[in-house]
Design a protein around this ligand. Structure first.
Ligand code: MG
Length: 406
């Protein structure tokens, strides 16, 4: 049977042609460190706990496994779901549900069936997105197909931008931006907030008059700051990202009518419906797409369709992923056909140690291309994963075989 060239159809039917028995699921807490702390208006990111899921099963050819990676961070500054919440949701709700459905159907569900399963269990979106990734990775590895092939994308480089956090002073900031621009990044996104906005933006703009520059406030302002924010128009920014609280779509709509700079939303857009509402209310004219925040690849492909139909530019946001989940985002960026550079720099540029074997061979910031390895992303380095695992729980497919091994 010919596979659909429509990525959304190909995605939901992934698993229809495989026959996978699932024997166990490992949920791992892996501790990684960022190369240097990233300061935002909401706090400082320095460590990166990563929740990984490993599905262990068999297909007609023998053993098969698949991995999923969770976007949840150490704390709740970006999302109410942090790494501990994700771990608990996976252990107590999502993984038992997948084992139970697989047991009763005699095979692991397709992605379309998995989407239905998720609407039946109340759980968190970041954890659900991670398990969706693991299910997809297992099916793709069983088939010997890459996520890029499934989505019918080629090997053209995807445009890449860099993010720079708040700095000690504008001299340090401009130094860091200089280095990133010299490194070939096509866009710089500055983190801003109260007390770190006009002067630093002006300094970067003076040093780089033609730079594709955008700023991210991570909800630090309120509607009483509209006049102040409207003054940013003089900096000719590509967009101003998430100035107000995530619930405040009407505030963003007011601001959008007051300033020429496009408003981009990130934290607000936690579902396809929210993206549709935000666009209808004209609360934003640019979309930051993070598949995990939407609940996974299925809804992300739907947002790409909505934005494309409305000619709304989007770009791919980052969550300090390892090279595995970042490769997934690179393919999503390629599917979207976006011309806006995304947060897609190689994982080793922000993580002290990455978990993928191929990280060291990454060609550089301008040459990020979709991975062709069977599965969702490049293979994880098992020894590296083991070395950084600080906690693991293993769930078995038979009732009562649930045990933790610390
Ligand atoms: Mg953001």
């Amino acid at each position: 049977m010919e596979r659909s060239h429509d990525p959304a159809l190909a995605w939901s039917s992934l698993g229809d042609r495989t026959a996978i028995s699932l024997h166990a699921i490992e949920i791992r807490w892996v501790e990684l460190q960022l190369r240097s702390p990233v300061r935002t208006s909401r706090g400082v990111h320095d460590r990166r706990p990563v929740i990984l899921i490993r599905l262990i099963g068999t297909d007609p050819d023998g053993a098969v496994e698949g991995w999923g990676e969770c976007a949840a961070l150490a704390g709740t500054t970006y999302d109410a779901e942090d790494a501990a919440t994700s771990f608990a949701a996976l252990e107590q709700i999502l993984c038992p549900a997948l084992l139970s459905v697989t047991d009763s159907a005699g095979r692991m569900p397709s992605l379309g069936e998995f989407a239905v399963l998720r609407t039946d269990v109340s759980a968190t979106s970041l954890a659900g997105a991670a398990l969706e990734m693991a299910v997809a990775d297992t099916h793709l590895r069983s088939e010997g197909t890459s996520f890029a092939e499934l989505c019918n994308v080629g090997s053209d480089p995807v445009p890449v931008g860099a993010v720079v956090g708040e700095c000690r002073d504008t001299t340090e900031l401009v130094d860091r931006v200089d280095r990133l621009v010299d490194g070939g990044y096509q866009r710089i996104k500055m983190k801003i907030g109260r007390g770190w906005d006009v002067e630093p933006i002006a300094a970067v703009r003076r040093a780089h008059p033609g730079l594709f520059l955008q700023v991210d406030a991570n909800e630090d302002y309120t509607e009483s700051d509209i006049d102040h924010l409207a003054g940013f128009d003089r900096f000719e920014l590509a967009c101003l990202e998430q100035p107000f609280r995530r619930e405040d779509l009407s505030g963003h709509a007011h601001l959008a009518h007051r300033m020429a700079t496009p408003i981009c939303l990130d934290e607000s857009l936690h579902s396809v419906d929210m993206v549709v509402s935000a666009l209808e209310m004209e609360a934003c004219s640019v979309v930051c797409l993070k598949p995990a925040r939407l609940g996974g690849i299925g809804p992300a492909l739907e947002v790409i369709r909505v934005c494309s139909a409305a000619s709304v530019p989007l770009w791919i946001g980052g969550m300090f992923e390892t090279g595995f989940a970042r490769a997934v985002n690179v393919v999503v960026g390629a599917v979207s056909g976006t011309l806006w550079p995304g947060d897609l720099s190689p994982a080793h540029s922000y993580l002290r140690e990455d978990l993928t074997a191929q990280a060291a061979q990454a060609a550089g910031p301008l040459q990020v291309v979709p991975s062709r390895t069977p599965g969702m992303g490049p293979a994880l380095d098992q020894a590296m994963v083991d070395r950084h695992t600080v906690n693991m729980v293993r769930l078995g497919s038979k009732p009562g075989s649930h045990f933790g091994d610390g």
